[in-house]
Design a protein. Sequence first.
Length: 166
Amino acid sequence: YTAVATNAVAFASRRKVREFKRAGLKFTQISLDGLNPQTHDRFRGVPGTLEKNVQGIKNYVAEGLFTEIAATATHFNYEEIPRMIDFAGELGVDWFMLYNFVPTGRGVDIMWSDLTPEERESVLRVCWNKMRVGGGIDVLSTAPQFARIAQEIEAQPTTTCDTGGY
């Protein structure tokens, strides 16, 4: 089973995606860390990458490949995450994966950008509720407390979803 994790900048063309598919590619994970260039490009450290990433996502989806958007939760994009999930659903993406920030590489210089425990709890509640109410996209997270949050929400006898303050 062939999979690739990419920022899609170098592999955004429809022609290149078709080549990958013919070679056996089945799954692609594409990084997207914001919906505006200031958020995404600043976090990635390369101006102009947001547009290329989005085009890449569209091309992978159009070619019928299982496509996941991967986002790292930080203070840079915290408030954009609910809209990012909606956007992923609109694009026809299969999964939206929210990663915890891990301060390695360039991340060592921005350790302060990680979410507080309260912010992480809030955004994970939003993620579960976004998936719960539909939209055709599965929302996943590397945060171990995501399972606990899901259980807590599902145990609530309510018919409306808490949006976590967003």
